[in-house]
Structures are given as structure tokens and as C-alpha cells.
Design a protein around this ligand. Structure first.
Ligand code: HEM
Length: 443
């Protein structure tokens, strides 16, 4: 007979919700100290929080077939893309899409990434000196421009902003949907629902028009859309339908733009508080690049830049929490977990376990030197998840973040506005709130 996991003290009806509402991050870090698996009652729903790397490995890798995604509630919004689908459909799409995210393909997109950054820097240069800028919005706009261009190349250059705005509305709607206690069905004609459908239809029409044009002309571009269009199954040569491509394009936008922007925002935040780390980073950039714009080939030599990003992903993982549902009864960390149980996995919590991360709140890029990584449990760190459902865009994100950080940090030092307080706020991603007001110092 296996034990039942410990349960925290809770209030009638609402369970532990008051603690979550008050300070969600602190709540989950503290909850994890009560046992290897902890039962949480959040309103009418019961969840099981796990944090030990062995259990993370079991759920995401060793017995991943028993722990599936139950993201059906969001399918009416965004269709059935890679992030939400399960089983055969997911496997087929993952196989078809994997080559588009290979490093050789991402190498071709590096130029788009740095060009968009240079355009942003030209805009910054025209700003009045000393005027604070809200850096997290700047990073969002930059990664949005990059994802739109890497998906559609030049086909949307005339209305890239309009497309960006449509995607942004979908993202804002999604954030509201995730954190709203009541869900108004999408069929109800509220102003928000009508606007959501209008924006989604606009994206659908744009994607379909580009697909039709590319099919007609046979034109190939080095962008994600062409890769999805060309993808074929090995056996039957079957590809993705227009609707499936539309769903995947929306998925890639949602999964691949706010996450990277958030990583960069937190990086500016930590660097502004750690002058000695910033100056080591600047030394590396000067040594490797001597003022020129970085290229994909420079990446292996930007080792310290990468360590800084790895450590930022540890302390501020954009995907701070995700969920799996147990298909059948199972055992986790010596406890019984019933079929249907929702399992919370939180990189934010695991990345702070003192057992694996001495002085967990200290920002120290040296933790990611190869020897240190080798000596640590592999699953003590999982900002991109792990196993078959690991983020398909992890290399894309790391290449993008390294190039952007290197390009910007060579030209500007970003300084925190004195007295301005920033708090990590767990929305769909772990955002800096109320924003990141910083001044730019030309280097
Ligand atoms: C710092 C940036 C990023 C972080 C921290 C991140 C993190 C994650 C995590 C934790 C998952 C697993 C979610 C779950 O299991 O519920 C995931 C899945 C996914 N991510 Fe990312 N991601 C990032 C950037 C990107 C980018 C740039 C793209 C695309 C261009 C992308 C596309 C996806 C997709 C399509 C999935 C679903 C994969 C599957 O289930 O097969 N992500 N990501």
C-alpha cells in the first residue's frame, strides 16, 4: 500500500487559493517544502505538486506516456497545434516540424534576428538621452517582429505591424482566459469574443493567401511557412493541410515570442544589478566581436553570454509552471497518485532547491560551466521541459536571445531607474511587473 501525499492546511471551499492569490511564487516554493509530492486544493480542483528532479524525469521522460497534456479548453481558441495536441496527431506533427527547427535552419534566420535588432537600436538612438524606456515592451516588440519575419519572410512586410497586432490580441485574450475565474464561451457575441474572432480570421486569411501564392508560384523561402508547406511524411508523402499549418503558425507565435522576450527582459534586469557580471559580459563581447554585429558563427565563442542566459533561465524561467494529467494510477516519489490527477511541475520551484542549487537566490552564471552541469542531476534544470515534449524551439530561443543580447549590450548599458521596484509576476509567462523602466547609456 502506497502512502497518500501530504496535504496542506486549507480553507473550506477555496482550499489553498488565498495563499496562491497572495503570492503564487512564494506559495509554491513553500508548499514544496512539505513533501516530495504535495496535494493542493485550489477551489474545487485537486493538484499534485512535484519538484524532485527524479520525479520530474519520471513524468516527462521515463513514464511520459502516462502523463499527458489536457489542454482541451484552449483548443477552441487556437486549434490543435503542437503545444496542445496529444497522441498520434502530436507525433506526426512533431516529426514533420522537427527539421524546421534544426540548428542549420535556425542559422539561416540569424540575419533576420540581428537586422531587426539593428532597426530597434536605430530607433533607440533617436530617443532623447536620459528618457527611461519600458524595456519589456521593447523586447516583446523585437521578438514579435522576428517571429513574424521568420514565419513569413518578406510576404508580410507591407502589413507586418497589422499581423503583429492581430497576434498580440490573441495573446492578450489567452492571458485573460488563463487567469479569469469565469470563462465566457467563445460563441457568445461579447466585444472581446467578436474582436478575437476577427483577429483570428485575419490571421487565417493571411496564412491561406500566402500558402496559395507559394503553391501557385512554387516559390521557396527560407522561412517557417515554406518549411511547413514542404514537410512530407516519409511513408505516404502526406503533408500538413492548410488548416493544420494555420494552427501551427498560431502556436509558434504564442509559444515562441513572449517566452523569449521575457527571458531577455529578466537578463537586462539581473545585469543592471550585477555590475561585475555585466563587465565580464562586455569584455567577452569586445574580445569576440570588436564592435561588429554578431553572426551565427560567433555563437560558440560567446560562452559567457550564454552562461548569463542559462542562469537567468534558472532564476526566472519564463514557463514557470506546467501541468500533466495522469492517465492511470501511478507512483511518484513513493506516493500514490490516482488516475486523472493533475500534476504541477514548476521549473521556478525545482530551480531553487538548495539541495541542487547552493544559495539558490544568488545569480551566478558559473553554475553552468560544463563541469558543474556534468556534476548535477540533469532534471534539476528544465526551463524548456524535457523528454519527447521538450520545447521544439529551444535552439531557436537560445540563438535568438544570445544574438540579441550581444548586439544590444555592445551598444548600450541598460540602467535600472532608481527606486523602481520590479516583481516577477506569474501570468502565462513569468513577467517583470509593472514593467522594466530603464535608462540607456551609450557605450
Ligand atoms: C526562452 C524561450 C522559451 C521557453 C522558456 C520555452 C519553454 C517551453 C516549455 C516549458 C515547453 C513545454 C510546455 C508544456 O509541456 O506544457 C515548450 C513547448 C513548446 N515550445 Fe517553447 N519555449 C521557448 C521558446 C520557444 C520558441 C522560440 C518556439 C518556436 C519558435 C517555441 C515553441 C514551442 C512549441 C511548439 C512547444 C510544444 C512542443 C511539443 O509539445 O511538441 N518555444 N516551450
Amino acid at each position: 500500500m502506497l502512502k497518500t501525499p501530504p496535504k496542506l492546511q486549507s480553507y473550506p471551499f477555496v482550499g489553498q487559493l488565498p495563499g496562491v492569490w497572495k503570492d503564487p511564487l512564494r506559495f509554491f516554493v513553500e508548499a514544496a517544502t512539505h513533501g516530495r509530492v504535495v496535494q493542493l486544493d485550489l477551489g474545487p480542483s485537486r493538484f499534485y505538486l512535484i519538484h524532485h528532479p527524479d520525479d520530474v524525469k519520471y513524468v516527462l521522460q521515463d513514464n511520459q506516456k502516462n502523463f499527458v497534456k489536457a489542454y482541451d479548453p484552449i483548443k477552441p481558441l487556437f486549434g490543435d497545434g503542437l503545444l496542445t495536441s496529444n497522441g498520434e496527431k502530436w507525433l506526426r506533427h512533431r516529426r514533420l516540424m522537427q527539421p524546421a527547427f534544426h540548428r542549420t535552419q535556425i542559422a539561416q534566420m540569424a540575419g533576420v534576428m540581428t537586422a531587426a535588432t539593428e532597426t530597434m537600436l536605430a530607433r533607440w538612438a533617436a530617443q532623447p538621452t536620459g528618457k527611461p524606456l519600458e524595456i519589456s515592451s521593447e523586447m516583446m516588440l523585437l521578438t514579435q517582429t522576428i517571429i513574424v519575419r521568420t514565419m513569413f519572410s518578406t510576404d508580410v512586410s507591407a502589413n507586418a505591424e497589422r499581423i503583429g497586432a492581430a497576434f498580440d490580441y490573441l495573446l492578450a485574450y489567452f492571458n485573460r482566459f488563463l487567469f479569469s475565474p469565469i470563462h465566457i464561451p467563445l460563441d457568445w457575441p461579447t466585444p472581446a469574443n467578436r474582436r478575437f474572432k476577427r483577429e483570428r480570421d485575419f490571421i487565417t486569411q493571411t496564412v491561406y493567401a500566402i500558402l496559395a501564392d507559394r503553391r501557385r508560384s512554387g516559390r521557396q523561402e527560407a522561412d517557417l511557412l515554406s518549411m511547413l508547406l514542404a514537410a512530407r511524411e516519409e511513408g505516404d508523402g502526406r503533408g500538413l493541410s492548410d488548416e493544420e499549418i494555420r494552427d501551427e503558425i498560431i502556436t509558434i507565435f504564442l509559444a515562441g515570442h513572449e517566452t523569449t522576450a521575457t527571458l531577455l527582459s529578466w537578463t537586462w534586469y539581473v545585469l543592471s544589478r550585477q555590475p561585475q557580471i555585466l563587465s565580464r559580459l562586455e569584455d567577452e563581447l569586445a574580445r569576440v566581436l570588436s564592435g561588429r554585429t554578431p553572426t551565427f558563427d560567433d555563437l560558440p565563442r560567446l560562452t559567457y553570454t550564454r552562461l548569463v542566459l542559462d542562469e537567468t533561465l534558472r532564476l526566472y524561467p519564463p514557463a514557470w509552471m506546467f501541468v500533466r494529467t495522469a492517465v492511470a494510477d501511478d507512483e511518484l516519489g513513493g506516493y500514490h497518485v490516482p488516475a486523472g490527477a493533475s500534476i504541477f511541475l514548476s521549473p521556478y520551484v525545482t530551480h531553487r532547491l538548495p539541495e541542487f542549487w547552493p544559495e539558490p537566490e544568488t545569480f551566478d552564471p558559473e553554475r553552468f560551466r560544463p563541469e558543474a552541469v556534468e556534476a548535477r542531476h540533469k532534471l534539476a534544470y528544465f526551463p524548456f521541459a524535457a523528454g519527447p515534449r521538450k520545447c521544439i524551439g529551444d535552439q531557436f530561443a537560445l540563438v535568438e536571445a544570445t544574438l540579441l543580447l550581444a548586439t544590444i549590450a555592445q551598444r548600450y548599458r541598460l540602467k535600472a531607474v532608481p527606486g523602481y521596484r520590479v516583481r516577477p509576476t506569474p501570468l502565462a509567462t513569468l513577467r517583470p511587473r509593472p514593467g522594466l523602466l530603464m535608462t540607456l547609456e551609450k557605450r
